[in-house]
Design a protein around this ligand. Structure first.
Ligand code: HEC
Length: 191
């Protein structure tokens, strides 16, 4: 390549980079990053459905999962977990082929935050932990996260993702819980 062409290619490359960065900013106030590579996640790859729910919008700007400890979301989160995650992570997230997700130890410490957990689910990690963006809607990711957080079996003080009020009420998961059918809350199915 001639020098002239090379510099043109660099300019084009730089502009594309700039556009991508600007798009990422427009999408979220927080830069969600791939757990392994650190690259900013591209939410234009997400499934179109469930992308613009009030909860997703709130999460994208605050990094706080509005579904945490909302009982109307937990049962739906459990269903998603049982179909998409438990085969590798165990029925109660106790660990199997993949690590346990129900205690305070994380291979990737950023998973202690909901921002980090979401990024790992969306963009994947290593080995068989593939990206889930073509498998789950963004809104479903928030529901499954709420369920994983609910399965936490350690002391509430370590549940740093909860609000103070939620932490006061939180009980470490006891192994079994009968959840009501379609209770009132953010995920209630309106009939
Ligand atoms: C095919 C098996 C498989 C499936 C399905 C799977 N995972 Fe994983 N997961 C793994 C493996 C293996 C690892 C360890 C990867 C690593 O260390 O990089 C992992 C790692 C993780 C981690 C990082 C844990 C830590 O300690 O930092 C999270 C979070 C996670 N998975 C969540 C999920 C969720 C949520 C689902 C369902 C939507 C899911 N996984 C589905 C196999 C799987």
């Amino acid at each position: 390549m001639s020098n002239h062409k090379k510099s043109a290619a660099r300019i084009i490359g730089a502009s594309i980079g700039g556009i991508l960065a600007a798009t990422a900013l427009a999408q979220s106030a927080i830069a969600f990053r791939n757990t392994i590579t650190g690259e900013v996640l591209n939410f234009s790859d997400a499934l179109p459905e469930g992308k613009d729910t009030p909860a997703v919008k709130e999460f994208m700007s605050t990094g706080k999962n509005p579904y945490n400890e909302d009982v109307s979301c937990l049962k739906q989160g459990e269903q998603i977990f049982l179909s998409a995650c438990s085969g590798c992570h165990g029925h109660l997230a106790e660990g199997k082929i993949g690590p346990g997700l129900n205690d305070a130890y994380w291979t990737y410490p950023q998973n202690e935050t909901d921002e980090g957990l979401f990024s790992t689910i969306y963009g994947g990690a290593q080995a068989s932990m593939g990206p889930q963006y073509q498998n789950l809607q963004l809104d479903e990711m928030l529901k499954v996260m709420a369920w994983i957080r609910h399965l936490f079996k350690e002391a509430p003080e370590k549940a740093t993702w909860l609000t103070d009020a939620q932490r006061k009420a939180f009980k470490p998961f006891g192994g079994h819980e009968e959840l009501p059918e379609n209770p009132a809350g953010k995920c209630q199915v309106k009939k």
